[in-house]
Ligand binder design. Structure first.
Ligand SMILES: [Zn+2]
Length: 351
């Protein structure tokens, strides 16, 4: 669906959280879903996801339209509603970002998956049982997750020059912070995306090839890359907690990226000592029961090394999970329940 046809089916739920005075030097306005944000303005409102096959929902966003011209940066939090540090980081950025000090436009998606956030579900949207970060670019006629993805794609991603999709260790994931660098195969394009990944400031970067065979993009960042928009995915936080250290890491990453893109004043700090990772693999659980990890996030393991043990519901050992290759444990399940086929751990090779 084109942007134009998407706009009319949305309506405004709320607006006018924040206003700053219009500059006398008024330039263009930035418009989303019929809401106009003038130069030097900051406005918070909700995009409606209309009822369809199932119930509707909404997506709280803030648009900060700078006094100066510049790129459009879209930052998304809450695709997974149990991953809190990015959500808190965007609230901080929303309060601190001054449109009079901004060149370009920043769109903050505070909580993309509000039903998941409110129901405290890991991975999935409780309304349709789908993982929002597997259904992009979405479908206006699909279930709720697919409609959320469609609105994010058509109204926001298609307006952006740069995208950051922010995640963290979900409620059951012990995760060592890292950034995905999605690689398209176009080296000049990929180098600019790489510089975004470096500007976020986390020293583990996972090289993530984007499928260009016409199959569904599935992920938010891959959707952007396939549309010619530079995009990274960041992972800060773990086990569903919302400690200051993780919020600050996410917040600092955003501000440094804003400096790197020359959207706010100041010199960006580029991380230099990076562990480059590739060939990431998510180990599926061979059975349902209890999982006890024997490694932690960020550990190095050799091929064949023990990742953890499986138990039945009586506490009896039923199996072991071992590393398929030598590498870094990006995350490992840190709570007992496990279902057959669910991720046990993500492992990457050191490049
Ligand atoms: Zn996530």
């Amino acid at each position: 669906m084109s942007k134009k046809t998407s706009v009319w089916c949305l309506s405004l739920l709320s607006l006018t959280a924040f206003f700053t005075p219009l500059l006398s030097q008024q330039q263009s306005v930035f418009e989303i879903a019929g809401i106009s944000v003038g130069n030097g303005e900051k406005r918070s409102f909700a995009l409606e996801v209309p009822r369809g096959l199932d119930e509707g929902t909404n997506i709280p966003i803030t648009v900060v339209h700078g006094s100066d011209t510049g790129p459009v940066l879209l930052i998304v939090a809450g695709i997974h509603g149990y991953e809190y540090p990015p959500i808190s980081a965007l609230h901080s950025v929303q309060r601190e970002l001054d449109p009079d000090q901004l060149a370009g436009t920043v769109i903050l998606v505070h909580i993309a998956n509000l039903p998941s956030f409110l129901a405290r579900t890991i991975h999935i949207n409780p309304i349709d049982g789908k993982n929002l970060n597997r259904v992009f670019p979405g479908d206006p006629n699909g279930t709720q997750s697919e409609r959320i993805a469609h609105i994010i794609t058509s109204l926001l991603v298609d307006r952006a020059d740069y995208l950051v999709d922010m995640h963290g260790g979900d409620g059951n994931e012990a995760l060592r912070p890292y950034v995905y660098w999605p690689v398209s195969g176009d080296s000049a394009f990929d180098q600019e995306t790489r510089s975004m990944a470096l500007a976020f400031g986390i020293d583990h970067i996972v090289v993530d090839p984007v499928a260009t065979d016409g199959s569904p993009s599935r992920y938010t960042d891959h959707t952007a890359i396939l549309r010619g928009i530079h995009a990274i995915t960041t992972e800060t936080g773990q086990l569903g907690n919302n400690e200051t250290v993780w919020i600050d890491m996410a917040t600092d990453g955003i501000w440094n990226l804003l400096r790197h893109l020359e959207m706010v004043p100041g010199q960006a700090t580029i991380v230099e000592e990076v562990v480059w990772l590739e060939n990431y693999f998510v180990i599926p659980s061979p059975s349902t029961g209890i999982f006890e990890a024997t490694v932690r996030d960020g550990y190095l393991v050799s091929e064949g090394g023990l990742i953890g043990r499986l138990l039945d519901f009586f506490g009896n050992p039923t199996g072991e999970v071992r590393a398929p290759f030598s590498g870094v444990v990006n995350y490992v399940i840190g709570t007992p329940p496990i279902n057959q086929g669910e991720p046990i751990a993500m492992l990457s090779r050191i490049r």
